[in-house]
Write a protein that binds this ligand. Structure first.
Ligand code: ATP
Ligand code: ZN
Length: 288
């Protein structure tokens, strides 16, 4: 590999995606200095350079090749409509872009928006939504504090990002319909060369190992040997569970990996099958 090749990755400078983006790169074993200054930093142990930018600018920079990669919300990606490749969903920054309106508004589906004034920071997505549903409404773009627009008489309805709904509630609004579910994604420029592609593959390999590990737990338990086969039949493991003899004769220790989705159900089944002293440990990386 050419020594000088580094991949430039753009992440949000300061905001809801910043800490998780930095944490992900660190969990991938990428050392970074100066993340506090949030300007630009070069990793010393991985051929990557990090740019800190406003999230709205990231799709454009990646399309133009100023950055090779970026981490950005699907909401911003859909709004900006830039020619980039979505490489991987990252599982953080989850939120939804929703239609919200005053509590007294009787919402009966998209047709209730006919002739209304809609305030949003997402005019492109809202425009497409209205077109798809054949609705005529006026869209007012505002860049922040969209939730106050109905209260001050600027709009009848808003389309804004929601996670818990607390902000809407405080402003006397209710969520009527989800337009888009969003999370942070890794995006790339369309024309990476072979060396750049190689670095991206390495990064992706690490990202997937970190993501996978977060979805799984390492489980250790003890059981009398006569209960082993019943317990083992319940366990998936990466190949099969490890079984080690305990100092106490007739007993074994069983180690396995359980996925988050089936976790509680399995633990109960294992207890019923005779497992004791069950320990659950987080996994840092999982590599296949
Ligand atoms: P910037 O200064 O970089 O433009 P911003 O104010 O546009 O920042 P943030 O509020 O930090 O952006 O949100 C960044 C991204 O985080 C959003 O585009 C969205 O993908 C995601 N996000 C997750 N949860 C929420 C939420 N509850 N409200 C808003 N955005 C959220
Ligand atoms: Zn922004």
């Amino acid at each position: 590999m050419n020594k000088e090749t580094t991949l430039k990755i753009a992440i949000q400078k300061s905001g809801r995606l910043s800490d998780d983006s930095i944490a992900l790169l660190k969990e991938c074993g990428i050392d970074m200095r100066n993340v506090k200054d949030r300007l630009r930093t070069v990793s010393e142990n991985f051929p990557i350079e990090v740019f800190f930018l406003r999230d709205d600018d990231i799709p454009e920079y990646v399309e133009d090749g100023v950055a090779d990669l970026g981490i950005v919300g699907q909401n911003v990606l859909a709004e900006k409509n830039r020619k980039v490749i979505t490489v991987e969903a990252l599982g953080f920054g989850k939120c939804r872009l929703s239609i919200a309106l005053p509590k007294a508004f009787n919402y009966e589906g998209p047709s209730s928006l006919e002739g209304k004034r809609i305030a949003t920071s997402y005019p492109v997505i809202v425009g497409e939504y209205l077109k798809k549903n054949n609705i005529n409404a006026s869209v007012h773009e505002i860049s922040g504090s969209v939730e106050i627009a109905p209260g001050i008489g600027l709009a009848d309805v808003i389309v804004d990002l929601v996670s818990s709904g607390g902000t809407l509630f405080m402003n006397g609004l209710k969520e009527a319909e989800v337009i888009l579910d969003s999370q942070a994604v890794l995006i790339s420029n369309q024309q990476l060369n072979d060396e750049q592609r190689n670095i991206l593959d390495k990064l992706l390999f690490r990202i997937r190992a970190v993501k996978k590990a977060k979805k799984n737990k390492y489980v250790l338990m003890n059981a009398p040997n006569e209960k082993l086969s019943a317990i083992i039949s319940l366990l998936p493991g990466m190949k099969s569970p490890s079984v080690l003899p305990l100092a106490k004769t007739g007993w074994s220790s069983i180690h396995s990996v359980l996925s988050e989705d089936e976790f509680w159900e399995k633990i109960e089944q294992l207890k019923n099958a005779g497992a004791e002293g069950i320990l659950v440990v987080p996994i840092e990386k999982m590599i296949f």
